[in-house]
Design a protein. Structure first.
Lengths: 114, 110
């Protein structure tokens, strides 16, 4: 079946521009996670949802970052007034349930802020 | 603060050789994952280890977990070029929130 999909795959933004990154989880997966991966580093947790509820947003680096999942399926990560340090790969993952389930990762969105 | 540390960070191996990647973590957890990432690609799940003493094997890779020592190992047997990738361990600290190690970049040369 289809895996996790993300769009766009690549995004170039000018500093100060707002961006929106989309994640389509695997159908039926309750939990959805966002991670940020800097070049040469491991992914770092940003936030997660169980259905439409955002249960943990402790990893969001600043109030410029905002995530939503209004209908419990597709999720959007929005970054306002982008800065150069926001350049990274943003990974989305989903799992069947909140715990005891492997997270399946999408291909990521590579964001470059100039 | 939870830390997940892998070593080595870089590993150059010859085909046919064996080696082990280590993953140490600093807090209690009963769930540990190993993922593989190819350059420019996303993460592929390799193993999930759920209890102390758990051992899983797939092909030339074998993973184990010692929760008392807070240590997991990924053992590579008779390496082949296709195993060249970056390998991450990740610890589940609270209901799905994963903390990743820095990654081990493995290069297998003929």
């Amino acid at each position: 079946g289809a895996g996790v999909s993300q769009s766009p795959r690549y995004k170039v933004a000018k500093r100060g521009q707002d961006v929106a990154l989309r994640c389509d989880p695997i159908s039926g997966h309750v939990s959805l996670f966002w991670y940020q991966q800097a070049l040469g580093q491991g992914p770092e947790f940003l936030t997660y949802f169980q259905n439409e509820a955002q249960l943990d947003k402790s990893g969001l680096p600043s109030d410029r970052f905002f995530a939503e999942r209004p209908e419990g399926s597709v999720s959007t990560l929005k970054i306002q007034r982008t800065q150069q340090e926001d350049s990274a790969v943003y990974l989305c993952a989903s799992s069947l349930a909140l715990s005891q389930e492997t997270q399946y990762f999408g291909p990521g969105t590579r964001l470059l802020v100039l | 603060e939870l830390k997940v540390e892998q070593n080595p960070l870089f590993l150059s191996m010859q085909e046919g050789k064996n080696y082990t990647i280590y993953c140490n973590y600093s807090t209690t957890s009963d769930r540990l994952y190993w993922y593989r990432q190819d350059p420019g690609k996303s993460l592929e799940s390799l193993f999930v280890l759920l209890s102390n003493g758990a051992v899983k094997q797939e092909g030339r890779l074998m993973a184990s977990l010692d929760t008392k020592a807070r240590l997991s190992t990924l053992h590579i047997t008779a390496a082949v070029h296709d195993l060249s990738a970056t390998y991450f361990c990740a610890v589940d600290i609270r209901g799905g929130k994963l903390i990743f190690g820095q990654g081990t970049e493995l290069s297998v040369k003929p």
